[in-house]
Design a protein around this ligand. Structure first.
Ligand code: SAH
Length: 389
């Protein structure tokens, strides 16, 4: 006699390691062409599908393709990747943080910021992050999984469509910048991130036609991956999260420093600058009484003097349970002056989205951060129907 079947689970959990569905954004343009032909369609459908995905309006039908072929092509090349769970808005509507749910229930966040002269989407490259920086909310949760190229591109495509549709105050506009400063360490998901970037760069209709210098890859300093990026021949902007000029302190703030110390990270950054001609951004989250002394500013200035670089000071954004705080305005301005005294360009970044936990280091797909997996469905329902701003 067989035992009673187990009760049906309330939440469908795909097997661990299940892959996101393949989407045309995961493939090269040539691969899309070949797959279209292999599926028995004329090769020009590849271009029609790409044009539709990258450039059509949000709910626009795929009218370029005859009705009989539409469904099959959609299913094979345009499976839904990210479902909007909720959106939170700040800065009078010009900052929008979106929580997305992937095919397997994984939650990720992206933040769209509109400025008078540009619009920037801050994207996630991984669900969670394995780098464990103690001041970053994402780092506290650990790594869940890598995002597929399609899942990365989809965040950008959604933002581009939002801008075109005029969803943000200021009327219809153009998405000009992408920064890999959401959840995850982009260079730890190297191949998918590069595939995604190539689709952002590819001219219309096969991609978003963005400019390489408008795309910033931000890294904790995975040195071999920085070298690899240098040799791609793309004029992307590289940002290095330094946060301390000395190994003793950096070992504690950016744990991967024990593997690739300050000296090696900066050498790789200067090689990037030499080869690409691009100014490298040095990110420095200013933490009260931790890394904000004038002495450290002086040390930082000396390290960077004469290099093709720009320091971005990020006032520390609060994260749950952290004992750390932002520096006082006075300490911050002394720090900035001491770096500047070395002739190094330095600016303080604004803290867009802070009150919606959408600023640097605050992204944690917060809905599930505190809920065990079985409660996820409930939390999602609440999030989907609850107030969003
Ligand atoms: N993993 C990549 C990109 C993600 S974070 C990286 O580390 O560069 C983008 C930037 O926000 C990084 O410079 C990161 O160090 C910084 N950051 C993380 N937590 C922060 C916080 N609580 N306040 C201010 N900046 C933070």
């Amino acid at each position: 006699m067989s035992a009673a079947p187990p009760p049906l689970p309330l939440v469908w959990t795909p097997p661990r390691g299940a892959k996101p569905p393949t989407h045309l954004a995961d493939l090269t343009i040539e691969q899309v062409g070949a797959a279209v032909v292999a599926a028995g369609h004329p090769s020009y459908r590849a271009e029609q599908l790409s044009r539709h995905y990258f450039h059509a309006g949000v709910d626009q039908e795929l009218t370029a393709v005859p009705r009989v072929a539409r469904e099959a092509l959609r299913e094979q090349f345009l499976p839904p990747l990210l479902t909007e769970v909720h959106e939170r808005v700040a800065d009078r509507g010009t900052t929008r943080k979106t929580l997305w749910r992937a095919f397997d229930g994984t939650l990720i966040e992206s933040v769209l910021m509109r400025y008078p002269d540009r619009a920037t989407i801050c994207v996630s490259s991984q669900a969670g992050c394995g780098m464990a920086c103690p001041f970053c909310a994402t780092g506290q949760g650990g790594l869940n999984r890598n995002l597929s190229a399609g899942e990365i591109v989809d965040q950008v495509v959604r933002a581009a469509k939002s801008m075109r549709a005029g969803d943000l105050p200021g009327g219809p506009g153009r998405l000009s910048n992408v920064v890999f400063m959401g959840m995850g360490e982009p260079l730890a998901n190297y191949n998918r991130v590069l595939t995604a970037i190539r689709r952002m760069l590819a001219p219309t209709p096969n991609g978003l036609g963005m400019s390489a210098r408008g795309i910033t890859v931000s890294t904790v300093g995975l040195v071999p991956a920085i070298h690899r990026l240098t040799d791609e021949g793309l004029a992307l902007t590289l940002a290095v999260s330094l946060h301390a000029p000395d190994d003793e302190l950096r070992d504690t703030l950016v744990p991967v420093n024990t593997r690739w110390p300050v000296r090696e990270v900066l050498d790789a950054a200067w090689r990037y600058a030499d080869v690409t001609g691009r100014r490298v951004s040095i990110e420095y989250a200013l933490i009260r009484d931790v890394n904000d002394s004038e002495q450290r500013a002086d040390q930082l200035g000396a390290l960077l003097a004469g290099r093709l670089t720009h320091v971005n000071v990020i006032p520390l954004n609060p994260t749950p349970g952290s004992k750390w705080d932002a520096s006082s305005p006075r300490a911050q301005s002394l720090f900035v002056d001491a770096v500047r005294a070395h002739g190094v360009a330095i600016t303080v970044r604004d803290t867009r989205g802070r009150e919606i936990d959408g600023a640097c280091g605050q992204l944690a797909a917060s809905v599930t951060a505190t809920a065990p997996r079985s409660e996820t469905a409930l939390a999602l329902d609440l999030a989907a129907t609850g107030p969003t701003a």
